[in-house]
Design a protein around this ligand. Structure first.
Ligand code: CA
Length: 755
């Protein structure tokens, strides 16, 4: 009788929750609940040769320190969850920002009907996506081989798992701290497991550990501990629920218990699940979209979810209620905020500008974290996970720092330290992490470019990004009132992009020390002088001075022809630098957009450049087409690596109708607003509400006309200053291009050489 009642109560709960499809919440009719549109599985149908996002379903709180995911790959596999696999091996605390960078501080938990078989292959159970529920705040799967329903919900640093067991004399749960890297101890009397994980792929000091604590609400009858594995054994009756509460800390075992106490304490599964749902609705609800197109809403909010996960919090709250952190830069416990897991080469472009616009208080904390990093070591990170990682190029921390400062999101006490750190980066390179600071700065600061014959790879990409970074430094220096001589230095260096311009091809090209261009030159060659792209992709990396580039190319007409060319040539490529077709190339080919490679970052701003040459309607056409074709809320729904919010933030901005072509400038460049109505209410600081209306935009990609705060607006940009005060943008959309709007000289967006 008891068994039947328990079974019925599960069924009843499932029916009640039909609105949001999770087993813990009751949804109210009519309530605006953007989290219900989110599909965390978007991008998970990926492998090393082809990326549809390279994401995993992250069960988390926004920017949470710990994410959790079902693990369906083997323990060492960096593609921890991919949609094509048939089994689940565990439920894992995960910090991986990307399979290329790898995971750290991880461990997993798995329920079993027969606890005698607990190794990762033995315990794996088949499952189906049909009975899987994945929400940002809730995950469940039916583990058929164990007849166990597994459910998870999470806080920022802790989680509750609820396992509904069958009748079994041999039930159990295994805790896997991963071979050779972790340790685990069982205190059966107190129903508690403690342990640590040292899993990492560099970027940590010697003393790095993630300490975890796990408590179960079931009497443990027997225990097996084998190295990094601990098995808790008990008897269950059909429908019996066993709950497990877990938390971790990068600081200490004691702090892990503190995180568990403050974030979960005595709260039950459903309470934490409801809290998670509310936390996501608050963050996602900062952008309220109105549309009848449910698929488009799913795409939008799935992208907004991806834009609000990284960089993650890497700080904890101590007993006095103060933020403290383990520093992955000096190995010490330090006061204040810390954030990590972002590659600025990707995320300076749109993700951080999105935080500045919509989540300013979050970016203010991140800037405090960057200032802390500048005090804990000499260099700002370029790729952190959790400490410095040697990955990608550029010195784009300058863009993050300058953009936040100019938009009022930097604490006064941090400004001098941050500025000193970005200056340091212009004349130094980290002794062991070559992507921190500026590799080739000696050449760049004297010749005006990093030459291609001095054994520094991706030299042209570095030069172009350093020049933009120097322009960012100039903007910050101006506002800080720095000396004229310093301003002059950075103003001069901001023009260094021109040193790589080859008039014979109208493209950026590698250049030797003696000033000659590299020969032979194949503009379709990926890598070499460029980073994961070719000359056609990188020529546009003059974010701050598009007019300067137009002038170099011989005028607007030639510039527009060059843009057109990228879109209409076949997707031909030369991969000889890599020796194989890298996944980014394959993703460009299949998009059927010529040589436009939206699946990677270098050219993601390119379509917006039609606004600088008198042909804004072409920007509108191609941008809308990219949104429609290359973004979907399905497991194969990204056109390449999602990259910690960057590719998603492109979609969010594009849906709003504008994009930060040049972060640290005051302007956003217009595109094609995609929804009937969007209301942005910036979170956490006093900023005005932004109302964007574009009736019928779903079927009409072109801007016929536009009003800003009720007045006609002919420019191809809107300013941050106007939006921050609160603004109303009203677009009249059309199915036909208006070839007269936005064509005047004064309609063009900002360029440095027009100052
Ligand atoms: Ca990428």
């Amino acid at each position: 009788m008891r068994k039947i009642n328990l079974f019925l109560s599960i069924a009843a709960a499932a029916i009640l929750a039909a609105g949001c499809n999770c087993h813990c919440c009751q949804c109210c009719e009519g309530e605006f609940s953007p989290v219900d549109y989110v599909n965390p599985l978007v991008g998970s149908l990926s492998d090393h040769s082809f990326s549809t996002g390279n994401t995993y379903p992250a069960l988390a709180r926004p920017w949470g320190m710990n994410f959790w995911t079902p693990q369906n790959a083997s323990n060492g596999d960096r593609w921890v969850y991919t949609y094509d696999k048939r089994v689940i091996r565990g439920f894992r605390e995960i910090h991986s920002p990307s399979p290329w960078i790898g995971d750290y501080g991880s461990f997993s938990v798995m329920p079993m009907r027969d606890a005698a078989f607990y190794h990762e292959n033995e315990r794996a159970s088949i499952f189906s996506h049909l009975t899987e529920v994945s929400k940002p705040y809730y995950y469940s799967a039916y583990l058929a081989d164990h007849d166990v329903l597994a459910e998870m919900t999470a806080t920022e640093r802790a989680a509750i798992m609820r396992f509904t067991f069958p009748d079994s004399q041999t039930s159990g749960i295994v805790i896997d701290a991963f071979e050779g890297e972790g340790n685990v101890f069982v205190d059966a009397l107190n129903k508690r497991v403690i342990g640590w994980s040292t899993v990492n792929h560099s970027g940590v000091p010697e003393n790095f550990r993630n300490y975890f604590v796990i408590e179960v609400d079931k009497e443990i009858e027997d225990v097996t501990v084998e190295g990094h594995l601990a098995v808790l054994k008990f008897k269950t009756v059909r429908g019996e629920k066993v709950c497990l509460k877990a938390a971790s800390s990068f600081i200490s075992d004691e702090q892990a218990r503190e995180n568990l106490r403050t974030e979960i304490g005595t709260a039950d599964f459903d309470t934490i699940c409801e809290e998670g749902r509310a936390a996501w609705n608050k963050v996602l609800g900062a952008v309220k979209v109105e549309s009848n197109d449910t698929d488009a809403l799913r795409t939008f909010y799935s992208c907004l979810y991806r834009s609000t996960l990284f960089p993650r919090k890497f700080y904890e709250i101590n007993r006095d209620g103060k933020p403290v952190h383990y520093s992955p830069y000096n190995g010490k416990i330090e006061d204040g905020y810390m954030y990590t897991d972002s590659g600025f080469w990707d995320t300076f472009r749109a993700l951080f500008p999105l935080l500045n616009l919509v989540y300013p208080s979050v970016n203010e904390e991140i800037q405090q974290a960057l200032a802390n990093i500048s005090r804990e070591n000499e260099f700002l990170p370029e790729w952190s996970s959790p400490g410095h990682r040697n990955c990608m190029v550029g010195n784009n921390s300058a863009s993050l720092v300058a953009d936040a400062y100019l938009k009022g999101n930097t604490d006064k006490k941090d400004v001098e330290d941050l500025y000193r750190a970005i200056l340091h980066g212009t004349e130094n390179v980290h002794p062991s992490v070559a992507s921190c600071g500026r590799l080739g700065h000696e050449y760049y600061n004297t010749l005006g470019y990093v030459p291609c014959d001095v054994n520094i790879r991706e030299n042209a990409a570095r030069t172009l990004e350093y020049a933009y970074d120097d322009w960012c430094i100039l903007q910050m220096a101006k506002k800080m009132g720095r000396p004229e001589s310093e301003l002059a230095t950075f103003a001069q260096r901001a023009g260094n992009y021109a040193n790589l311009f080859d008039a014979s091809s109208n493209l950026m090209r590698g250049r030797n020390q003696d000033g000659s261009f590299q020969t032979p030159f194949n503009p379709y060659a990926w890598g070499g002088n460029f980073t994961e792209g070719n000359a056609w992709h990188y020529t546009w990396s003059v974010f701050h001075d598009v007019q300067g580039l137009i002038d170099l190319m011989g005028g607007e007409k030639e510039f527009a022809t060059m843009l057109d060319s990228v879109m209409v040539v076949p997707p031909i490529y030369d991969a000889s630098y890599y020796g194989f077709r890298i996944h980014e190339i394959a993703e460009m080919q299949v998009a059927n957009m010529g040589n436009y490679a939206h699946g990677n970052q270098p050219a993601q701003h390119m379509l917006y450049l039609y606004n600088y040459c008198g042909q804004p309607w072409k920007a509108q056409k191609y941008i809308r087409n990219t949104m429609n074709v290359l973004y979907r809320a399905t497991p194969d729904g990204y056109c390449g690596d999602e990259d910690n919010g960057q590719t998603s933030a492109w979609y969010i901005f594009s849906a709003l109708g504008f994009y930060p072509v040049c972060p640290a400038s005051d302007q956003y460049v217009l595109g094609s607003p995609a929804f009937d109505k969007i209301v942005v209410k910036p979170m956490g600081k006093h900023r005005g509400k932004i109302v964007i209306k574009a009736d019928g935009a779903g079927k009409a990609p072109y801007i016929e006309s536009m009003k800003l705060d009720g007045k006609d607006w002919s420019h191809n940009w809107v300013s941050y200053s106007d939006l921050a005060k609160g603004a109303s943008l009203k677009f009249t959309m059309s199915c036909e291009p208006n070839c007269n709007r936005g064509t005047a000289e004064e309609d063009k967006p900002y360029s440095f050489s027009r100052e």
